[in-house]
Design a binder for this molecule. Structure first.
Ligand code: CA
Length: 224
């Protein structure tokens, strides 16, 4: 899962970014409205956290531009003014949810998780279960057939969540990299492969098929 955090308040970014990363998201930061708008036009973010009071272009205008251009990624708005008029305005502009500043980080994380779940549910029924496999976001662990929890590293959790949200689709190593890491991280396709090998060892190797030269496909293994 790759998020864009569009926020110009450096203190807030310094607090939020590591928190979001610990929750398993790859996070890019945009500190003005123009850069935020261009970033989310160039990159397929799974979700955008959008401050309304951004320099150069305000958040509502950025959001309207995205929606006019048919960019449908979920957007959670951060607003400093707690008025019903502004809530109506951001929802009408196409926001999926909003959080008023100051907020508890737990509330923002819960709203992000809820919005992501809703948007995944629109695409595939039962977003975080696939056949007998279940992914628990709160504990970042998996379970098969309701069995004991399978502990996952943070990167394995991100990988599996990305696979489960795109089940049945070919995901290239580059696409997986984009979902797992932010700009600042040095990524290497051999590293992805090593994580996939470890994930296969934990959940069973038949869940993730390798397509030579294309990437990987995650799906429920066929019965033997
Ligand atoms: Ca601001």
């Amino acid at each position: 899962m790759r998020l864009l955090l569009a926020e110009d308040d450096e203190t807030l970014v310094a607090g939020l970014k590591p928190l979001l990363e610990r929750a398993g998201y790859a996070v890019d930061v945009a500190t003005d409205g123009v850069f935020a708008q261009l970033s989310a036009e160039a990159i397929d973010y799974d979700l955008v956290i959008l401050d309304l009071g951004l320099p150069r272009r305000n958040g509502v205008d950025v959001l309207r531009q995205w929606r006019d251009a048919r960019r449908a990624m979920p957007v959670v708005v951060l607003t400093a003014r707690d008025t019903w008029q502004e809530k109506v305005e951001v929802l009408n502009a196409g926001a999926d949810d909003y959080v008023c500043k100051p907020f508890h980080s737990e509330e923002l994380l819960a709203r992000i998780a809820a919005v992501l779940k809703r948007s995944a549910a629109r695409r595939t029924p039962g977003p975080l279960t696939r056949g007998p496999l279940r992914l628990d976001e709160a504990t970042q662990s998996a379970a098969l057939d309701g069995g004991a929890p399978i502990e996952l590293s943070s990167i394995e959790f991100r990988l599996l969540r990305c696979f489960m949200l795109h089940a049945g689709q070919v995901l290239s190593q580059q696409r997986l990299n984009e979902h797992l890491y932010d700009h600042a991280t040095d990524h290497d396709s051999n590293v992805i492969e090593a994580h996939i090998t470890r994930l296969r060892r934990k959940i069973g190797r038949d869940w993730i098929q390798t397509r030579r030269g294309q990437g990987y496909v995650f799906d429920t293994p066929e019965a033997p």
